[in-house]
Design a binder for this molecule. Structure first.
Ligand code: GSH
Length: 214
């Protein structure tokens, strides 16, 4: 059985959606990042990069990095169409876009979400954030222009790329406004949110409702 280390609305969304689509046997292990659990020795033994998600494989190895995890899952579950296989005509396109999403896409989302980490002093934070917003918008424009199928990213139909780009869209502060501007991406994200695999992942990852203080 796989174990997926996750946090609310984190990059573990794409991994859970992929596990669901593969019909894989897995369990979820919550890591409270707000409490710094991802920085504790026990977790660092699993993922020395101190990042969520991480996935423990049935053999006991644990790996991090969404791109690596999705690629490996595709190799292990070679029968599934959600990750093109070596030899498939669209394997190259799959790996290319998976890497664009997991590098440029993910890092830009971090600049938008945590601009203070990319600034040397407080006076630079607003600039980092403004540039991050601009770059994130340009990233989604690129996504919109690059959709090759009628609905989904690749012509073959639903793949993990669709889970990935939809997850990235969840992190945009004004998601509605973004999608109004990008009708092809909007169609893709709407279709993905209707898939049982992604719905399950999003439901698991949504922020808990806070109890009203007395
Ligand atoms: N390149 C990594 C990025 C993962 C990442 O940055 N995850 C965030 C949570 S969504 C994280 O763990 N951040 C560490 C922190 O905030 O200290 C991947 O693709 O898995």
């Amino acid at each position: 059985m796989y174990t997926l280390y996750w946090e609310h609305m984190a990059g573990s969304i794409v991994v859970q959606a992929t596990l669901e689509a593969l019909n894989a046997d897995y369990r979820m292990q919550y890591v409270d990042m707000g409490a710094g659990q991802h920085l504790k020795t026990d977790f660092l033994k699993l993922n020395p990069a101190a990042r969520i998600p991480a996935l423990s494989l049935p053999g006991g190895t644990t790996i991090g990095e969404t791109g690596a995890i999705v690629t490996l899952l595709g190799e292990v579950h070679a029968e599934s169409p959600v990750t093109p296989q070596p030899g498939d005509a669209d394997r190259g396109a799959f790996l290319f876009w998976l890497n664009v999403m997991s590098t440029a896409g993910y890092v830009t989302s971090s600049r938008v979400g945590h601009p203070e980490r990319f600034a040397r002093d407080d006076s630079a934070i607003a600039q980092v954030e403004a540039q991050g917003d601009k770059d994130f918008a340009e990233f989604f424009n690129l996504m919109d222009r690059s959709i090759a199928g009628d609905v989904y990213f690749l012509r073959r139909g639903l793949t993990a790329l669709d889970f990935y780009v939809t997850m990235l869209s969840e992190w945009v502060s004004d998601r509605q406004a973004l999608l109004v501007e990008l009708p092809r991406l909007r169609k893709l994200c709407s279709a993905v949110r209707e898939t049982p695999a992604y719905r399950t992942a999003l439901e698991t990852h949504k922020m808990p409702a806070f109890e009203e203080a007395d």
